[in-house]
Design a protein around this ligand. Structure first.
Ligand code: HEC
Ligand code: HEC
Length: 266
């Protein structure tokens, strides 16, 4: 996991503590209400079964959360899967991994053919991770598969998770100079004026340690859809669709690595 300061659930629990303190000062104690268990609790690290099968799932989760460390042979930048697939792939509308194994193999427009879940992972290695393709039978791909299969265990075959993918936005045209203003005001504190961030806690958004120009995030509309729901990380949901397009257009006016066409099968 990342530094807890930037962790949304840590922030949420801090707010709960503050709310409880305020309530305590306000007079009569409210009757405590049992809170229902979070629907995501069964996907948390602590729910992974013990033993050898569990070890494979745990390794998959570690690769997901710290890809440059646990899959270093195949990674060419400073991004982890969980920098874009938030909360270890559990967060809705940041392309979550829950139930994903139940809808693969499926047709992939970029590849122009039906691809397996493993090929989809490899695609994110050559593009989003600016790396090289791990062999389908490698320990890294096997562990990621074990993790995503485990996250898919309660879903039905062929049925996508309700928060799958990104939110839908209308097609707009981003304004780069307005985007620069928004970036400096609302993003640069974390991602840096130079876009380099402070990995592994705060990921880069452009430059040599970012994803390459073949990645899904390298489309202004995809990034806008990611950003409007998930960023700024300390107040997500506060940008308008136009602002999300503007800031994404600005980020896309900056340099990033080139996709290696030798890997275009993925
Ligand atoms: C720079 C951001 C970024 C990083 C890093 C990244 N991805 Fe992705 N990934 C995306 C985007 C964007 C999509 C497409 C989402 C969409 O179009 O709905 C995607 C899609 C996927 C999908 C298909 C999801 C679906 O709903 O069909 C899988 C599987 C996936 N990524 C796995 C991984 C794995 C495994 C890693 C790490 C090895 C990784 N990704 C790293 C941005 C990223
Ligand atoms: C409080 C710190 C913070 C702020 C402010 C912030 N981000 Fe992020 N951003 C993060 C973190 C941390 C992640 C990794 C995902 C996570 O752990 O939530 C991230 C992930 C991202 C990603 C995907 C990963 C990557 O590096 O490409 C993009 C794109 C992004 N942020 C864009 C923005 C934009 C645009 C803004 C301003 C509108 C913004 N962020 C504001 C902390 C921040």
């Amino acid at each position: 996991m990342k530094d807890p300061i930037w962790n949304r659930s840590a922030l949420n629990s801090m707010m709960l503590v503050i709310a409880a303190m305020l309530a305590a000062c306000a007079g009569p104690q409210p009757t405590p209400v049992a809170r229902p268990a979070s629907p995501l609790a069964k996907y948390k690290k602590s729910a992974i079964p013990p033993g050898q099968a569990g070890d494979e799932i745990r390794l998959g989760r570690q690769i997901f959360d710290d890809t440059p460390k646990y899959a270093h042979a195949y990674v060419g930048n400073q991004l982890s899967c969980s920098d874009c697939h938030l909360n270890s792939g559990l967060a809705s509308y940041s392309a979550p991994m829950i139930d994903l194994a139940n809808i693969f193999p499926r047709y992939n427009r970029r590849a122009g053919r039906v691809i397996s879940l493993q090929e989809r992972f490899i695609e994110c290695f050559t593009r989003s991770e600016n790396g090289t393709p791990p062999p389908p039978g490698s320990p890294e791909i096997r562990a990621l598969t074990a993790y995503v299969n485990w996250l898919s265990r309660d879903g039905a075959k062929g049925k996508p998770y309700p928060g799958r993918g990104l939110v839908k936005l209308p097609e707009l045209t981003g304004n780069v100079s307005n985007g620069k203003r928004i970036y400096l005001d609302q993003c640069a504190d974390c991602h840096g004026k130079d876009g380099a961030g402070t990995p592994p806690v705060l990921p880069p958004v452009w430059g040599p340690n970012s994803y390459n120009d073949g990645a899904g995030m390298d489309k202004v509309n995809k990034m806008a859809a990611f950003v409007i729901h998930n960023m700024p990380q300390n107040s997500p949901g506060t940008l308008t669709p136009q602002e999300a397009y503007d800031v994404s257009a600005y980020i896309h006016s900056m340099p990033r690595p080139k996709f290696n066409q030798a890997y275009k099968r993925y």
